[in-house]
Design a protein around this ligand. Sequence first.
Ligand SMILES: NC(=O)c1ccc[n+]([C@@H]2O[C@H](COP(=O)([O-])OP(=O)(O)OC[C@H]3O[C@@H](n4cnc5c(N)ncnc54)[C@H](OP(=O)(O)O)[C@@H]3O)[C@@H](O)[C@H]2O)c1
Length: 310
Amino acid sequence: MRLLLLSSAPGILQEWRAAVARAAPGIEVHGPDEEVPAAAFDAALVFAPPRGRLRRYPNLKIIFSLGAGVEQLIADPEFPDVPLVRLMSAAKQRLMNQWVLYAVLRFHRGFDRFEELQRAGRWEWQGSGPGAAERCVSVLGLGDLGRASAELLRDQGFQVRGWSRSPRSIDGVHCLHGPAGLQQLLPDTDILVCLLPLTAATRGLLNAELFARLPRGAAVVNAGRGQQLVLEDLRAALDSGHLRGAMLDVTDPEPLPPGHPLWQHPHLVITPHMASYMPHESAIPSLLDNYQRVLEGRELLHLVDRARGY
Ligand SMILES: NC(=O)c1ccc[n+]([C@@H]2O[C@H](COP(=O)([O-])OP(=O)(O)OC[C@H]3O[C@@H](n4cnc5c(N)ncnc54)[C@H](OP(=O)(O)O)[C@@H]3O)[C@@H](O)[C@H]2O)c1
């Protein structure tokens, strides 16, 4: 395989080269500015390449997305007619699992309230609230990341519901799908976790109408994409006390501009889009496996369906 790496992240070419040299020494990795003819590349690993850029490489058999969200790639009308796949690894799932578990426990065990009490100089415990078995956590998106998080929360003893576009089945998780499934799930949800891809159907999904269908005191957690949540609606729901709190890894815009009122909101935690990422070395098995599959004409894993939008 001769792999083209297209990403403007500083140092990424050297890092990938080193990771590939350790794990799969037969593979050559080059940046676009090196003296390798464009026709010599048969695979590409890309993050937000300029529009139409991939058209310059006529012999690509497969394109790997470095980013988990592929909305920018799909939006390129000149994207070549080459299979686009996402890279996935257990390490990436584990990172998201940790972030989601932290967010859920923050509200479930009341760490948000203890932070407030501490700021007020109060040492106080009102007794244990509901146990995990009485707490309903709903995970929107049951893909590679959402499914892993739903299973982890189930194993922690929570009542877990999951929501997807098409019907899914996960042991010990009550799975719902489609718009009717979402309406069914909201009224009983104590903590809502969004791990959806950004598509026309999920843009703006977390809005005033949806928040109003959650019970008073529910919490909202988003690690999908910022454009899925309407910040002004979230602010209103937090200010009115309808929502107890929120934790966001993604916002729109990202980052929020300096002075944005949500920076200081007492019931909101914002992390800088760090919930999960792909440690380079962990991605190599998924990359090699899919490359082999494309050579042999077998089904690809994590293949992006451009018509579906993810
Ligand atoms: N914050 C971070 O650090 C970070 C890191 C990685 C990823 N992410 C975000 O997490 C997203 C999910 O990643 P993934 O790997 O789990 O994606 P994935 O494997 O493609 O799964 C997407 C899931 O969302 C569901 N879905 C899509 N559109 C829907 C709709 N309109 N209604 C209901 N369900 C819908 C899909 O339903 P089906 O099962 O029916 O297909 C699937 O279960 C990524 O797209 C990215 O935006 C964030």
